[in-house]
Design a protein around this ligand. Structure first.
Ligand SMILES: [Ca+2]
Ligand SMILES: [Ca+2]
Ligand SMILES: [Ca+2]
Length: 381
């Protein structure tokens, strides 16, 4: 926590009793201004709710992929490449269009693949697997031009969205950024999202990823998914992780255990202590500085082996089940919390005065009930 954050006396209040009244009032305002009303289903961290379609969308810049591979990546996320049915959706995406990349001083905007293609019949543009021709389009000037490349070998059969919201047809094998779309998370609170498996003994959700990454990259990837590399605190969890590993292709997978910060002192993510061990070789025999990360499955079994962290391996991420969010919409200035709306005040008050401030505003000081709430607040403070 930085000094300035620390100095800020942050009071958090939750709207409790009056929430329903305020939500109703807000719904009326939202409805009259033509905005969609948020449903109890919500988008996962990193995804934006698209008001016109009610779906969740996310921009992916790296690693860039061909149209087909981008599609597969979106499907791994429980969705597909984005479809744009109307000008409102196009405007929404254009508004959130963000990243550009630079080579030295020269910067360019990413071009993002969308789900539109004319792979089957030239100049018959369709969305994903649909058979009907797309009705809404927003081609740039002179597009689609089906430009030929490589001595006329490839023409342009996939569509991309670029700056200003215009579309262009492009060669499908070009490595590009892409936009995925998926339904709102429909998993009940505490349940796992699609593709994640619930481990009965720990109650958390786990996902095996085939791509090979260094330990640090794998950890960063898991954190992007809202979790971390897997933690194994008992034999049942170890068996569960091994089943996940072998149910796909087998091979090695990174687990969260490491002695990166202090040689010989192994810890799990979040500095959890080691309560259970399953080494194939006693690490005291092989461990040294630089060999600090741990895989499962090196010898084809559920045992653990020490490895160089820079080696690349498949990996398993772990995260909590889906957190609940409050239904409806919070009043202006209030944020959506886990079970109520909350608001932060950057005022310095003692506890009693703080409570009075909150109550005056129709709420009370926030009660933190569970990890979902802590997680939510960490993302907001
Ligand atoms: Ca074409
Ligand atoms: Ca073109
Ligand atoms: Ca070591």
């Amino acid at each position: 926590m930085s000094g300035s954050t620390y100095r800020r006396s942050v009071l958090i209040t939750a709207l409790v009793g009056q929430c329903c009244v305020l939500v109703l009032w807000t719904l009326l305002v939202m409805a009259s201004s033509g905005e969609a009303v948020a449903s109890s289903n919500d988008c996962l961290p990193g995804w934006l709710k698209a008001p016109s379609s009610g779906t969740c969308v996310r921009f992916f810049e790296y690693p860039r992929k061909s149209w087909q591979d981008a599609r597969a990546a979106c499907q791994q996320h429980g969705g597909d490449l984005v479809t744009i049915r109307d000008a409102r959706m196009n405007a929404f995406l254009t508004k959130h269009f963000r990243a550009y990349y630079c080579y030295g001083k020269r910067c360019r905007y990413h071009h993002y693949y969308i789900g539109l293609h004319d792979k089957e019949t030239e100049i018959t543009w369709r969305w994903l697997n649909e058979t009907e021709t797309a009705t809404y389009t927003n081609w740039g000037y002179g597009q689609p031009n089906n430009l030929k490349f490589y001595s006329q070998k490839y023409d342009q059969d996939c569509a991309e969205l670029y700056r200003h919201g215009r579309w262009n047809d492009i060669w499908c094998d070009r490595q590009q950024a892409y936009i995925c779309e998926r339904p709102p998370s429909s998993a009940a609170p505490g349940e796992c999202e699609p593709e994640w498996f619930k481990n009965p003994s720990s109650g958390t959700c786990k996902h095996w990823y085939a791509e090979r990454k260094s330990w640090k990259d794998a950890k960063a990837f898991c954190r992007q998914q809202g979790g971390d590399l897997v933690t194994i605190l008992d034999g049942q969890t170890n068996k569960f992780v091994d089943e996940l590993r072998t149910s796909e292709k087998g091979g090695t997978c990174w687990i969260g255990l490491n002695d990166l910060s202090k040689e010989g002192e192994f810890v799990w993510p979040n500095n959890q202590k080691v309560t259970y061990k399953n080494w194939d070789v006693d690490p005291r025999k092989t461990n040294r500085n630089g060999i600090d990360c741990v895989v499962m499955g090196y010898r084809g079994t559920e045992k653990w082996s020490l490895f160089y962290c820079k080696e690349e391996s498949s990996f398993i991420c772990e995260k909590k089940g889906v957190c609940p969010t409050v239904d409806g919409v919070c009043p202006a200035g209030w944020s959506k919390g886990v079970s109520s709306c909350f608001k932060m005040y950057e005022l310095r008050r003692d506890w009693k005065e703080a409570r009075t401030v909150c109550q005056k505003d129709g709420g009370d000081l926030l009660t933190i009930r569970d990890e979902c709430m802590t997680h939510h607040l960490e993302g907001s403070v």
